[in-house]
Design a protein. Structure first.
Length: 508
């Protein structure tokens, strides 16, 4: 009997799939959850997958969605599959027994809404599936111009609609893989956490998951006016008008160049696009009033997700990764720090004064980094928990303060450090930069085991092992060499941002 013929077979609503047995798990890769979004379906909401006859071999990841070349060695990864069948998912399960009813965790990758692929080695879900005796699902969704640019004649937030389609597939099919559709947890980091926050706010996603984990929630949500203006600039760089009808004539892989070009040019648009411009990221969820009716903070405050258990947190030194990767470490002048503080801190000049008063011993680079950590990820994450509490729901909060053991010792508890700790993939993707030789230290192994147990316990019970957050005691789990529950460590930043409303970024 061949390797292919001996693999586990599961029947989905679209047809049978055959996976592989790998290290005690049944693994299925590249299962379509929606039809390829090409041809007449380009820039449209996802449609149900095509059915097939016989048994489909589910051994290889489906092709990634079109995207610009990334950073941190993404281009040096193993050759990725090609084709138009971008909307596929992958399942790791201890046993595809329909009676098993295991909890299900569904991962949503990050990448600034312009990068990402579920087949990245850093998202290998085998350790989590074993640790939590759970079913793990990862999937692709459209990014960049295909998924998030706002065209006049196409639905907004197509990437979010892809995520809803994947979760609908899970509801319909996961029982056959040994999962319990009533015990689904969505979890994601960075843009993936922004996606989780969006799903918590979207009427289309209600009832598709019971719990949610948001790791480093970005505060960058676009107003429709801002998104339309950026879309016009994107289309112009592709030599097109900002309509799906016109852009559909351009190869999807060619369009990614327009996004990459505009990203480089965006800082020059600060007078028009405000805080969004220096991020050099022209894509984000759009508060369009339909797919995404309001921002996540407004939605949760009004009780939109009060029945969903939430685990949310951030890393202490989020922005340091971008500072180091841009080669700016040691090059931040007092003038640049002052301009950055006035741009991002609440109240402009008053916000700059508040930061200088709160951190009187800090130099220009520390202030430059802190205000962007707070604005981009730290305070949006904390405020999501507070919004959930205000709306009558429950949230558990963490902060990762353990510094990465990178060879230069420069990255600290930076953005993305939680990913290799969660998946145990220390030698893949960002992990290879953060852990010399791709090898975890004993401290890293202990912390990784704690995070894996906490996340999978939360998926199973709604309790990660520490008290729920409330605005009186502000207790959070501090993830460090020694685990402890303590008041939120960034109290000085919290006070500066107290009362600030994280709204959709406007067109100036």
């Amino acid at each position: 009997m061949t390797k292919s013929e001996s693999g586990p077979v599961v029947r989905t609503a679209s047809g049978a799939v055959r996976g592989l047995r790998e290290q005690g798990l049944s693994v299925f890769r590249g299962i379509p959850f929606a039809a390829p979004p090409v041809g007449p379906d380009r820039f449209r909401a996802p449609r149900r997958p095509h059915s097939w006859e016989g048994t489909r071999e589910a051994h290889a990841f489906g092709p990634p969605p079109p995207q610009e070349s990334g950073f941190l060695g993404r281009t040096a990864q193993p050759r990725q599959p090609e084709g138009d069948d971008w909307l596929t998912l992958n399942v790791w399960t201890p046993d595809p027994d329909p009676s098993a009813a295991r909890p299900v965790l569904v991962w949503i990758y990050g990448g600034a809404f312009k990068l990402g692929f579920s087949g990245q080695p850093g998202y290998d879900a085998q350790q989590l599936a074993r640790t939590g005796d759970a079913v793990l699902v990862t999937f692709n969704y459209r990014v960049g111009m295909e998924g998030f640019a706002l065209w006049a004649d196409a639905p907004a937030n197509r990437g979010l609609l892809d995520q809803v389609a994947a979760l609908e597939w899970v509801q319909e099919n996961i029982t056959a893989f040994g999962g319990d559709p009533s015990q689904v947890t969505v979890f994601g980091e960075s843009a993936g956490a922004g996606s989780v926050a969006s799903l918590l706010s979207m009427p289309r996603a209600r009832g598709l998951f019971r719990r949610a984990v948001a790791q480093s929630v970005p505060g960058t949500f676009f107003s429709a006016d801002l998104a339309r203006d950026i879309a016009g600039s994107l289309a112009a760089r592709a030599g097109r008008t900002p309509t799906a009808a016109d852009l559909a004539a351009t190869d999807p892989r060619e369009l990614t160049r327009a996004g990459q070009t505009l990203g480089i040019e965006m800082p020059a648009y600060t007078d028009r696009w405000g805080r969004a411009a220096p991020t050099s990221v022209p894509f984000a969820p759009v508060v369009d009033g339909d797919v995404l009716p309001t921002t996540p903070w407004e939605a949760l405050s009004s009780g939109a997700a009060r029945d969903v258990d939430l685990l949310v947190g951030h890393n202490r030194d989020e922005y340091r990764l971008f500072l180091v990767m841009a080669g700016m470490s040691g090059k931040i002048t007092d003038d640049l720090a002052a301009r950055t503080l006035r741009l991002y801190a609440p109240g402009g000049e008053a916000g700059e004064a508040a930061y200088r008063s709160a951190f009187p011993e800090w130099g220009a680079e520390q202030l430059f980094e802190r205000v962007q950590t707070d604005w981009l990820f730290g305070q949006p994450s904390l405020r999501l928990a507070e919004a959930q509490w205000t709306g009558g729901g429950r949230a558990h909060v963490y902060e990762l303060t353990w510094p990465a053991p990178d060879s230069a010792g420069a990255l600290g508890a930076c953005h993305g450090l939680d990913i290799p700790l969660l998946f145990g993939t220390f030698g893949a993707d960002l992990g290879a930069l953060l852990f010399p030789g791709g090898r975890p230290t004993p401290e890293a192994e202990r912390l990784s085991a704690f995070v894996q147990r906490a996340w999978t316990a939360f998926a199973r019970t709604g309790d990660p092992g520490w008290p729920a957050y409330d605005p009186r005691s502000r207790l959070v789990q501090v993830l460090d060499a020694e685990q402890r529950v303590a008041p939120y460590p960034e109290e000085a930043s919290r006070r500066i941002w107290e009362g600030y409303a994280f709204g959709a970024l406007p067109l100036l």
